[in-house]
Design a protein around this ligand. Structure first.
Ligand SMILES: C[S@@+](CC[C@H](N)C(=O)[O-])C[C@H]1O[C@@H](n2cnc3c(N)ncnc32)[C@H](O)[C@@H]1O
Length: 243
């Protein structure tokens, strides 16, 4: 697809969403007529999308997360990945074990999506949430899973996320892995490693992700994709659909 075609497709999609009328973003004015608006520079892009993970942005461009969905951000932090989803009108939820971060996400929702109840954002552990089975259409777990204390903790997080995901739902995860830096990481036991960048993380490999997808009863939506950050750490995008 040509860049101009991508831009037009994006404009068409954006114009259907909440908050994208001309001048609605940043207040500094945007290009475009009554059918939509295009952010003109980095400040407007930032206002529109926040500091969204680029691989999550890629999922948006593929139409995998659309405004009618109920979406959970697991380990949401301060909500950098929720700016666009709130603006788009998704039914957004978030959990984080850090109550201060949950307060910040609630404040973000008050600014961007006043109709979202503050109870959608909860100070809870991902491995033990208060949501009912199959509640979410899509779950984001961005830079979360490698903070598991050990493999048992990791599996309990994954099983809980899978429990609250509806059949047919999407799990989008980005996590540190050993993929591509197998010889550069130092095992500490229990699945934890010291990385070349000096951090300590729970790391999995490709076999774990493939086996776990199958064991949970899912299918990969995309091939597993790994970004090697100059051999200091590797971040893998894992995208699965619940059968
Ligand atoms: C590196 S931040 C990532 C935040 C956000 N997902 C992002 O991409 O910007 C990791 C977040 O996960 C949260 N977290 C880590 N382990 C968790 C757990 N077991 N349950 C809930 N939150 C957890 C931390 O409090 C932190 O806010």
């Amino acid at each position: 697809m040509l860049a101009s075609e991508i831009r037009h497709a994006l404009v068409a999609r954006l114009s259907a969403y909440r908050g994208f009328a001309v001048g609605a973003v940043g207040g500094s004015g945007m290009t475009g007529g009554s059918t939509g608006a295009v952010p003109r520079g980095p400040a407007e892009l930032l206002e529109l999308f926040g500091e969204i993970d680029v691989y999550l942005f890629d999922q948006l461009l593929r139409g995998r997360i659309t405004p009618e969905l109920r979406v959970l951000d697991a380990g949401c932090g301060v909500g950098r990945n929720l700016v666009y989803l709130m603006r788009a009108g998704c039914d957004v939820y978030g959990v984080d074990q850090d109550a201060e971060r949950v307060r910040e996400v609630r404040a973000l929702a008050r600014r961007l999506a006043q109709d979202l109840p503050s109870e959608n954002f909860r100070a809870e552990s991902v491995e033990s949430t208060s949501f009912s089975d199959g509640f979410f259409d899509a779950i984001i777990a961005n830079a979360l899973l490698h903070f598991a204390h050990d493999e048992v903790h990791l599996i309990s997080m994954l099983e809980e996320l899978w429990r609250v995901l509806a059949p047919g739902g999407l799990l989008f995860a980005r996590l540190a892995t050993t993929i591509g830096i197998e010889d550069r990481v130092q095992p500490l036991g229990g699945g934890r490693f010291t990385l070349p960048d000096g951090s300590e993380r729970l790391l999995v490999d490709e076999a774990f992700l493939l086996e776990t997808t199958e064991r949970l009863g899912g299918t990969l939506l995309d091939p597993i994709k790994t970004t090697n950050v100059q051999n200091l750490r590797c971040m893998t995008t894992w995208c699965a659909r619940k059968s």
